[in-house]
Design a protein around this ligand. Sequence first.
Ligand code: AMP
Length: 475
Amino acid sequence: MEEMKDKCGVFGVWGAKDAANLCYLGLYALQHRGQESAGIVSKDGSRFYVAKHMGLVSDVFTPEMIKELKGTSAIGHVRYSTTGSSDEHNIQPLYSKTSKGKFAIAHNGNLTNAHKYYTKLKKEGALFQSTVDSEVLLHLVARSKSRSIVEAVRKELANIEGAFSLVSLTDSGLIAARDPNGFRPLVLGRLKDSYIVCSETCALDLIGATYEREIEPGELVFIDDSGLSSFKIPSKMNPAFCIFEHVYFARPDSIIFGDSVHEVRKEMGRQLARECQVDADLVMAIPDSGNSAALGYAQESMIPYEIGMTRNHYVGRTFIQPSQKIRDLSVKVKLNPIHSVIKGKKIIVIDDSIVRGTTSKQRVAALRKAGAKEIHMRISSPPITDPCHMGIDTPSKDQLVGAHHTVDEICKMIGADSLAYISKKGMLNSVFSVMPDHFCTACFDGRYPIKIPKRRRKHAFEDDKIKQSRKKVSL
Ligand code: AMP
């Protein structure tokens, strides 16, 4: 089984007349969480309907397809994976007929011990249809001795390590569950009498649903026509919310882990200004990832905020391009400096993070070309030093510029006049409602809150080798 490094969004609805349509809209709002494939499974009485394909939500589903996804409940998934298997079989939701009835599942995160079960199950004769780690759960549930499917999922989840925020559709109801660390977000909403579960509140906003609460770390909820029941996954709770959701991944209009993403990012910008002052004519963001933090920086430093670059919204995220050459080109396609703003100015440029350093270098070069007198890069997260094994797509350690170079060296590499990052403490203190020690900061310090099997660490490296070989082919 290949180790998947999925960035995903999930959505589930129970008890709504136009379930598939709501699911479609929900996935639309969650598109930033995965652009490789999209899928919906709906349920009409005892019949399940499946539609999934590679591509963006708007490309995958036609109005006719949505019409065919009958029923009053549905789950959906958007996915981007970095491994070689961009394969139709891996598109979620996964769906199967099991000894416990029909079972569809959509999952965000990484199951770090999936391989152990995969090997065992395969030896016992299990036939795997995909290489996604979530399929392990499907097999475990199918083989579980528990009579009810809810109990089977609850018990099997206790054996699973890693990150999971999942939704599942069964014959009897909708299941939603979040791992005991609560790495990835998962929220509960209401739309009239129906229940919605999804990765981020921006999906609730789009369909006009109200935000009720988070699914708690280690909580499993079961929703059917009689309402919602909450259960505990029998594992040790240890909150380790992903701070990178606040830094970059989540949408600014979402509420994540109880706080507005935009407000947290703005506070990170203010803190960055307090920690890393520099004299300049203007503060600008790398759109859109630096927007909120740049606003905070400008407010705190009292240096005017300007729009120094515009973004072409019709280009996918540069980071997800598999080949370096295409990535380099699409950086230029995506952002263009506004010369009248930049020319002859000392500028402070705010971005959320530096991963490989590729895009920062391109952006600094573009700003220089547009006539900037001085360029001071300010980053609203600390240097990324370690890969994520809990569901954010990051390259292996050897690709992370922050793992092997000092801030001064990175500054030279990207061609800026100065470079400074927010401190880890400053970043964590910018969150309003969550204690700093309730966050996972592994990508900034290598301290993983769960055991990462050696095999997995090695695989991260092999994933990168796959990417490198793709790069060689395409250059
Ligand atoms: P890089 O050129 O690798 O340094 O790319 C850094 C840029 O990618 C930053 O401006 C971020 O906004 C964005 N970024 C950071 N992490 C990710 C991620 N996991 N997936 C996609 N984009 C990311």
